[in-house]
Design a protein. Structure first.
Length: 111
């Protein structure tokens, strides 16, 4: 849009040499969108690379891994101890049952 050369309140906008985006054509628009997306992608990759190379980010990642791994390791140890207790209880129960059965067989009456 080009402004008319008038002063004051009477100045108006006059359609000029500026062309609307639709007149450029779909091919140029598609290229512009593609170039814009490519540029933003490259900017994002550069920012991500800078963040990942940062010492602070690496330290936070290491601490995060330790915080997740420690409880998992503790849970596995706890589960192993619980399983060992269950196996010991089962063995004691089985021995008691065998003693009970062997004591019962010796006291059977014969006809």
């Amino acid at each position: 849009m080009v402004r008319a050369v008038r002063s004051g309140r009477d100045s108006q906008t006059v359609p000029g040499a500026a062309t609307p985006a639709a007149a450029i054509g779909p091919v140029r628009q598609a290229r512009a969108v593609h170039h814009n997306r490519t540029a933003w992608s490259l900017i994002g990759l550069k920012a991500a690379g800078d963040v990942l190379r940062s010492r602070r980010t690496q330290e936070l990642a290491i601490v995060g891994v330790i915080m997740v791994a420690a409880p998992a390791h503790g849970a596995r140890e706890s589960q192993a101890q619980m399983l060992a207790r269950l196996i010991a209880w089962d063995k004691r129960r089985e021995q008691a049952l065998r003693r009970h059965l062997s004591a019962g067989l010796g006291q059977r009456k014969t006809r």
